[in-house]
Design a protein around this ligand. Sequence first.
Ligand code: NAD
Length: 476
Amino acid sequence: MLYIDGEWRGAASGSSFEVINPATGESIGDVADGTRQDAADAILAASGGFSGWSRFTAFERAEYLYRAYQLMMERKEALARLMTEEQGKPLKTARNEVQYAADFFLWYAEEAKRTYGDVLPAPRSDQRFLVIRQPVGVVAAITPWNYPVSMITRKVAPALAAGCSIVVKPAEQTPLCAMEVFNVIHDAGIPAGVANLIVTADPAPIGAEFVENPAVAKITFTGSTEVGTMLAGRAASQMKRLSLELGGHAPFIVFDDADPAYAAKGASLVKFLNTGQACISPNRIYVHKTIMEPFLAVLEERVSRLRAGNGLADDTSIGPLVDHAALEKVDHQVQDAVGHGARLHSGGHRLTDGGLDRGFFYAPTVLSGVTPEMEIYNNETFGPVAPVISFTDEVEVLALANRTTYGLAAYVYTQQLGRAMRMFEELNYGIIGVNDINPTAAAAPFGGMKHSGVGREGGREGIAEYLETKLGGFSV
Ligand code: NAD
């Protein structure tokens, strides 16, 4: 169903599409297939919603966001189960995602009250300068399937806190999670028109309406660099504000002064999280030559303990890929690497035994001897493959790590303070984990450099993305 102007309704076309559980291949629902006309209706509703919402006090807006936080926490278990069924991740990690998603409502309920202005020294004695921050207006948001709840609240919460209204188009793979987020928004009493939802099987016409409709002041997009670049180009003709959270190709560097077992544990946890379908997933694991053997031994041992299956089962530690195309892409990268001389330590094939053939499961895979000639060295994998590369020198590995068009996340394992600081400063990435595999939180700015995007989500930076700065000069 679509949520427009405070009401649930079908698509203008009357058509619908099926939602598939990636662990079983079975249909788990049928939802309205929104059209460009529906998107235009939602933008109109958001324009109406903006005029009232933007005049609420920050304290009033915060109350609504706080209610949304409480409701999401009350519904945590149900939302997590739905996410596991629709997206595939194990229930425990789905619960973590709902918590992370709810945290954005709480954090921005608080930040709404801190969109301070400034009083500046003016050059003339009879002049006063005042700076205020105002909401940008109607926001159009496009979100991905890999984090189907938190990627919505990471945009909706700061937009609403700032006083903007919003239209959200979630990924076609995960519309049910999006609808549950909007049930929370509805039940929190957020006024009609302030937040609207268009689910669809065909994103292109909705994207076209978002970039061409002059009532949309800002586009916020999370997804592939390819689609983000296309939307940014088209939005430029109307000079729309833009925030883009795009793809990544994270280096994970383990120096010879690090504990190889501890680093391998970290690598296995972050690499196979969400079956490798995370924009901050390591895609090049650089390990110092002298500790390669113990590192690989621990990595292989941990990978051998991963249990693939339906995320609702207690013993499942890794879920399926999102669809068949993802399976093919991952397998192609693995076969290409092996064909170019990489050594396969584990995995390297689709999983089919025990009914797994009904879903999209790929065996957790470890490759070593990965080189720049291989596709996996250069292109985002978005799957459960750990490509390991040997290095000998700090200057060399820093140059290799930075030699990519991406710039989202990077990880460094070292016990030397000076080296840690050098890496933190010199790596051209927006997020650096130093002996840390989870440098993310609602309170922290998340985002990338170079082709990984523009702008930040989360933290105090996150709300600034939805505010215009206005200067007033007063003669007295
Ligand atoms: P994708 O770009 O195909 O899809 C993302 C969203 O864009 C979906 O909602 C999809 O429906 C929509 N979309 C696709 N074509 C469109 C079009 N022509 N017009 C308008 N919207 C369109 O990406 P994907 O492959 O499904 O998702 C994975 C990508 O997302 C990866 O590259 C990953 O790194 C990235 N990602 C980035 C972050 C981040 O915060 N940087 C977070 C999660 C995922």
